[in-house]
Design a protein around this ligand. Structure first.
Ligand SMILES: Cc1cc2nc3c(=O)[nH]c(=O)nc-3n(C[C@H](O)[C@H](O)[C@H](O)COP(=O)(O)O)c2cc1C
Length: 164
């Protein structure tokens, strides 16, 4: 069975998770801009960062090229990973992949530090007012992905490799 990991990452959070999956499995890992043709693989781990409630656009473009494969998806986001927002991100990724006839074996999201420049910009624009709840969430996000996230992602990926 041919297996690879493909990820997109701007500030490094999703890359950290992708590299942890590669380290526990020995599976080759590619940034999406250098990703191989998915047709050459049977099982792919696909990693994205969440942008405006969805997988980032580059990963979505790649996902549309993935047809009839076994998939593990993973991602990082600023929101709480058990929030309705995160659930909608997962559902969106799953739906896009299933539309291509893929079998999604598992999906995993964890928090990732949000780029402070983006936060400053949104403060200036006033699009997301800083509430105590939001501050606490962003402070927590800044500590992720942490060792527990990487261990959990690795455990889930190893389980997928066993089933596949
Ligand atoms: C332009 C932009 C939009 C974002 N939109 C969301 C969002 O809708 N929901 C969310 O939870 N996090 C959002 N984030 C936070 C990122 O998903 C998070 O910081 C992620 O870990 C970044 O991954 P990376 O380091 O791999 O690039 C956004 C970040 C940026 C820069």
């Amino acid at each position: 069975m041919k297996i690879c990991i493909v990820y997109s990452s701007i500030t490094g959070n999703t890359r950290t998770v992708a590299e942890a999956l590669a380290a526990v499995s020995g599976v080759p890992c590619f940034p999406v801009r250098d990703a191989p043709d998915p047709a050459d693989y049977d099982l792919l781990a696909l990693g994205f960062w969440v942008r405006l409630g969805q997988a980032d656009a580059r990963t979505q473009r790649y996902m549309r090229r993935v047809l009839g494969k076994k998939i593990f998806f993973f991602g990082t986001l600023g929101a709480w990973p058990n929030s309705p927002h995160a659930r909608r991100c997962m559902d969106g990724a799953r739906a896009l992949l299933e539309k291509g006839g893929n079998t999604v074996l598992d999906g995993f999201l964890c928090q990732g530090r949000v780029n402070p420049k983006i936060l400053a910009l949104s403060q200036r624009k006033g699009s997301h007012p800083m509430t105590p709840e939001r501050r606490a969430r962003l402070e927590e996000a800044a500590r992720h992905p942490d060792a527990a996230d990487l261990a959990e992602a690795g455990r889930r990926w190893r389980d997928v490799l066993k089933q596949a």
